[in-house]
Ligand binder design. Structure first.
Ligand SMILES: *Cc1c(COP(=O)(O)O)cnc(C)c1O
Length: 365
C-alpha cells in the first residue's frame, strides 16, 4: 500500500520533544511556542505569529478578530476546504462565492468585483494545491472598497507570489501544520499579522478571552485553541528543514510530470504561471473521461492511496439546507471537483513509489 501522505520527521524533532519531556514543559506554556511563533513570523516576513491548535481554529480567530458578524458578507472561492466558510458562518456571516480559475484552481479574481455589495466586509483568499491566488487585483479591490483580506496559506509554506512570501498578504494570514503540509506539528496552525492590536486580539480569543487584570472574569467568549509546547517543538525542528522540504516537493512534482507527461486522459497542473512556480503541495490530476471516483477506486485496488478534490461550497448539503446557493453554478469548480484527485505526494514518498504510482495510473488509463 502506498499511502496518500507520509510525513517526514528526520530532523531535530525527537531531540526537541525530549527537551519538553525532560523539562516538563508540555502545555501551551513553554519556550518552544514563542520560538516557533517568532521563527515562523520571521520566515514569512511578518511582525507577529500566534500559534494555535490547527488551521481551522486560526480561521475562526481571524474572522472574529476582524470583527465579522451577523449579516456581513465575505467573498471567498467556492472551491476550498470548508474551514474558511465554516468560520464565517459561525460568526453569523454569509460566504459569497466565486468560481475557480481554470489554470490555478484558485479563486478567479476577475469575478470578485461583481460580488461586492455594501454588506461585504472581507475577501478570503485560499491558495490551492500548488499556486497562490493572483493577488494584485485582490489587493486593489480590498483597497478600493475598504475590505479586509484574510489569506488562507495553509498549503503554501514557502510559496511566493511575484517573489513575495505567501502568508504575508492578509491583514491576517493563516497556516496549518497538519501532517500533509510542507511542515507539520501533527495538528497545529498559526495566525500571522503585522498589526500588534490584532495579534493581541488573536491571543485573547485563543485563550478563552482571559484578561490579565482579573482571571476567570470574561467580557466575551473565545476558545481554547492553544498549541502545546510539544507541537511547537516539532514545528521548530520542521522549520529548520523547510527549504529541503520545498525542494523535495518540487522534485516529487517534477518526477510525476516526467512519468505522466504523455499520458492521455489526464490533465496535469502547470509548472509555472506568470506569478509563481508550482510548489506541488499535492500532486493533483484532473481526469478527462472517467470520474475521479472511478479512477480512485481502480488505483485503490492496486494499493494506491488517493484523495478527491475539495467539494465546492455551493453544493454542500449543510449550506443548501439553509437555502443558500441553490441556483448558483460554478462550472470550473464543478468540473474539477468531479474529475480531480491527487496522488501520493507526501514528503516521505520515495522515487520508486512515485514510479510505481505513475505506472499504475498509466496502466489504468
Ligand atoms: C489544511 C487546510 C486547512 C485546515 O487546516 P487544519 O489544520 O486541518 O484545520 C485550511 N485551509 C486549507 C486551504 C487547508 O489546506
Amino acid at each position: 500500500m502506498i499511502p496518500v501522505n507520509t510525513p517526514l520527521l528526520n530532523g531535530n524533532e525527537k531531540k526537541y520533544l525530549n527537551e519538553c519531556i525532560d523539562t516538563g514543559w508540555i502545555s501551551s506554556e513553554g519556550p518552544f511556542i514563542k520560538r516557533f511563533e517568532e521563527e515562523m513570523a520571521s520566515y514569512v516576513g511578518r511582525k507577529f505569529g500566534v500559534a494555535v491548535s490547527n488551521g481551522s481554529a486560526a480561521l475562526d480567530i481571524a474572522v472574529r478578530a476582524l470583527g465579522i458578524k451577523e449579516g456581513d458578507e465575505v467573498i471567498m472561492p467556492t472551491f476550498t476546504i470548508i474551514s474558511p466558510a465554516q468560520s464565517v458562518v459561525y460568526a453569523g456571516g454569509k460566504p459569497i462565492l466565486v468560481d475557480a480559475d481554470a489554470q490555478t484552481w484558485c479563486m478567479d479574481v476577475n469575478q470578485i468585483e461583481a460580488k461586492i455589495t455594501p454588506k461585504t466586509r472581507a475577501i478570503i483568499v485560499v491558495h490551492i494545491y500548488g499556486f497562490p491566488t493572483d493577488m494584485d487585483l485582490v489587493i486593489a479591490l480590498a483597497n478600493k472598497y475598504k475590505l479586509h483580506i484574510i489569506e488562507d496559506a495553509a498549503e503554501m509554506h514557502g510559496q511566493t507570489y511575484k517573489g513575495r512570501q505567501c502568508g504575508s498578504f492578509g491583514h491576517i494570514s493563516i497556516f496549518s501544520f497538519y501532517p500533509n503540509k510542507h511542515i507539520t506539528t501533527g495538528e497545529g496552525g498559526m495566525i500571522m499579522t503585522d498589526d500588534e492590536t490584532l495579534a493581541e486580539k488573536c491571543k485573547y480569543y485563543r485563550n478563552l478571552c482571559f484578561k490579565p487584570e482579573r482571571r476567570f472574569v470574561h467580557e466575551e467568549l473565545g476558545w481554547n485553541y492553544r498549541m502545546t509546547n510539544l507541537q511547537a517543538a516539532v514545528g521548530v525542528a520542521q522549520l529548520e528543514k523547510i527549504d529541503t522540504h520545498i525542494l523535495r516537493k518540487r522534485e516529487i512534482g517534477a518526477l510525476y510530470n516526467l512519468y505522466l507527461q504523455n499520458v492521455s486522459g489526464i490533465e496535469l497542473m502547470p509548472v509555472n504561471t506568470s506569478f509563481a512556480e508550482n510548489i506541488y503541495w499535492v500532486y493533483a490530476v484532473v481526469s478527462k473521461n472517467k470520474t475521479a471516483i472511478q479512477l480512485m477506486k481502480l488505483l485503490g485496488e492496486k494499493g494506491i492511496g488517493t484523495r478527491p478534490f475539495f467539494y465546492p461550497m455551493h453544493l454542500q448539503p449543510v449550506f443548501q439546507k439553509k437555502g443558500w446557493f441553490i441556483s448558483e453554478h460554478y462550472p470550473v469548480a464543478e468540473r474539477i471537483a468531479e474529475y480531480g484527485f491527487y496522488l501520493p505526494s507526501g514528503l516521505g514518498i520515495t522515487d520508486e513509489e512515485i514510479m510505481e504510482v505513475s505506472d499504475a495510473l498509466k496502466s489504468i488509463l
